[in-house]
Design a protein. Structure first.
Lengths: 294, 317
């Protein structure tokens, strides 16, 4: 019996970064996971709605949690920002019954199902970096990554605030490193792996954002990485789609291909490259594919 | 008794040292010795020129923030042994807080921090003449600003703010925690003016949501949450012309019209003037299929519920 999850890919993975959604869906059966769709689920608000209308943010996210509750399964995400928004809302209502009551009142008034507070939200990385997840990967007999030098890039919102996220030490995370090593890659360690990619403000404050992503891109390059891997499609857009702009602004060259986490796993497990839609990346990944022999 | 190597940042321009370096000191200390006590013992027993700023030794004055193995802490609040177990390192490296210019060893120039603090007008500005007696405030109203009132201005948040590292003019988390503390105080009469003051180019919409401030604050102030609440006050006061506020509006429009993010809308709506200059990137993204082909919104099931929530849910900050 496969492990079932209510699948919340988030807006970016469904649209701009379809390659992430496609790869996750292709990977799931190999890892004995069944991803159940959530047809009612809205955008989580990405921190923007929380900053404009915090009560609305909370109510919308609890509505998403409630849909999963009606399905009787926990939520699986593939985006840092969605994970933080859903987990934060979950914590707020689970810790204070008066808040849950007020939110449920609004949900019922709008014709939505009230939430009882029984759902957990986890990210694919967290699921796979546990013993259960790693054994699922091992069971597939990964063909490996041929010593590919991989820079783990966590970004912010899967680590901080740790009071909401709490999977691992936000200053010394090891989940990506564990996966990279288990899959036969070599970890390129660098300080910038837990710093911000700048994406949340990239449209409103582009220069500030690009200077932020520079820190991680330059760090990964200087650590000798052949590729960067990230668990977040927003970080991916900042690092991949905007990389040339960052190079122009900073007067530097990174030439750093960036993979979504499921793509790295897919390469190690031998998923067809066509399925993982690398052609949608702005920084070419050809060299990575040739190193791993894909 | 544990013994530890302390690798302390040294910089003594007054003595003609133009370059900084790290100097190792060995110290035997108690199991529960704080990092500040260890530094002060090194200063007293080994090298009187080691400079550190401190006062209360009780996590109240906020003077002794520094970096211990890369992580900003209050030196008086952190035991040496805790630094070692927390970082997984036997050597304790002590550096000045980040995003500041060191003046001497661990002492930094706090001038920009205080300038920004003053710029948010961190004091009550009530409307109208003063009442005969004191202004009474209900407990619930004070609870709204209780967390932010705990800020001791230690600058631990400022030290690791990723927006500040990229934009030194960013007002920063501590000043905005104080800004919120007064903007949301019901005795204050400057709510709208504060919303305008805090929404400038280096204001609340400059925050990149790296969450380092919430993670590092030793007093549980959660400055990012304060910045978020200032955004909400800006929306309630209809101060929404900043590109950051327009970005948030684009999300609200997306939710109202379909439920999911409308990626065709978001860039031009956020920055109608600047977006055309990003045409080369947009074109390259379009070539890779990264831009939606249709401007139609993505519709979720039962979106009438979402519309009702948007209409009904009231903000309470």
């Amino acid at each position: 019996m496969p492990r079932q999850f209510a699948y919340y890919p988030g807006c970016v993975a469904e649209f701009s970064s379809k390659e992430l959604n496609a790869t996750t869906k292709a990977l799931a059966p190999l890892l004995d996971i069944e991803l159940l769709p959530m047809p009612q689920a809205t955008c989580c608000g990405a921190g923007d709605v929380a900053q404009a209308k915090p009560n609305l943010y909370l109510t919308l996210n609890v509505r998403i949690l409630s849909e999963a509750e009606s399905m009787g399964v926990d939520i699986l995400t593939i985006c840092n920002v969605c994970t933080l928004n859903l987990r934060r809302a979950n914590k707020m209502v689970k810790e204070d019954s008066r808040v849950l009551e007020a939110v449920n009142e609004e949900l019922v008034k709008a014709g939505a199902r009230p939430y009882q507070g029984t759902i957990e939200v986890t990210h694919l990385l967290w699921f796979l970096a546990t013993e259960e997840g790693l054994s699922l990967l091992e069971a597939r007999g990964p063909r490996g990554l041929n010593g590919l030098k991989v820079a783990p890039y966590y970004g912010c919102q899967l680590l901080r605030p740790s009071s909401v996220m709490g999977f691992e030490d936000p200053d010394r995370p090891q989940s990506l490193e564990r996966l990279i090593t288990a899959l036969g890659g070599e970890v390129s360690d660098y300080e910038g792996k837990t710093r911000c990619c700048g994406f949340p403000i990239i449209l409103a404050r582009e220069e500030v954002a690009l200077k932020e992503s520079h820190v991680a891109l330059a760090g990964a390059r200087d650590a000798g990485a052949q590729v960067m891997v990230t668990p977040c499609p927003l970080c991916h857009l900042a690092m991949d789609a905007y990389q040339r702009k960052t190079e122009q602004l900073m007067g530097e060259e990174y030439a750093m291909p960036v993979l979504h986490l499921p793509q790295l796993i897919g390469l190690a497990l031998g998923l067809p490259t066509k399925t993982m839609e690398f052609k949608r990346h702005l920084v070419p990944v050809d060299e990575v594919l040739s190193i791993v022999g894909a | 008794m544990p013994a530890t190597t302390f690798r302390i940042f040294r910089y003594q321009p007054d003595s003609g040292e133009t370059e900084s370096y790290h100097q190792d000191f060995q110290l035997e200390h108690g199991e529960k010795t704080t990092l500040l006590d260890a530094i002060l013992r090194i200063q007293n027993e080994q090298d009187g020129t080691v400079a550190v700023r401190y006062s209360c030794r009780s996590a109240i004055c906020g003077s002794c923030a520094c970096k211990a193995n890369g992580k900003t802490v209050l030196a008086c609040m952190m035991q040496v042994e805790h630094v070692k177990t927390d970082s997984g390192q036997e050597i304790v490296q002590v550096d000045p807080i980040g995003n500041f210019t060191p003046i001497k060893d661990l002492v930094v120039d706090m001038t920009p921090f205080w300038d920004k603090f003053k710029a948010v007008k961190p004091f009550l500005i009530p409307d109208g003449p003063a009442p005969e007696k004191e202004r009474l405030v209900p407990k619930a109203a004070m609870e709204k600003i209780a967390k932010e009132s705990k800020c001791i201005l230690c600058a631990a948040c400022y030290s690791e703010c990723n927006s500040l590292a990229a934009d030194p003019e960013f007002v920063g988390p501590a000043a905005f925690a104080w800004g919120y503390r007064f903007a949301a105080d019901e005795r204050d009469g400057q709510r709208k003016n504060r919303a305008k003051l805090y929404s400038g180019e280096h204001g609340v919409w400059d925050c990149t949501r790296c969450m380092f401030c919430n993670e590092r604050c030793p007093k549980g102030v959660d400055p990012r949450d304060a910045i978020e609440k200032l955004g909400s006050i800006a929306f309630q006061e209809k101060v929404t012309s900043d590109k950051g506020a327009r970005h948030a509006k684009a999300f609200l429009i997306s939710l109202r019209t379909g439920g999911k993010l409308n990626e065709i809308l978001i860039a031009p709506y956020t920055d109608p003037i600047g977006a055309p200059f990003n045409a080369p990137l947009a074109l390259r993204m379009a070539q890779k299929g990264k831009l939606p082909k249709s401007p139609l919104t993505h519709r979720v099931k039962d979106r009438d519920q979402v519309k009702k929530l948007i209409k009904n849910v009231k903000e309470t900050i």
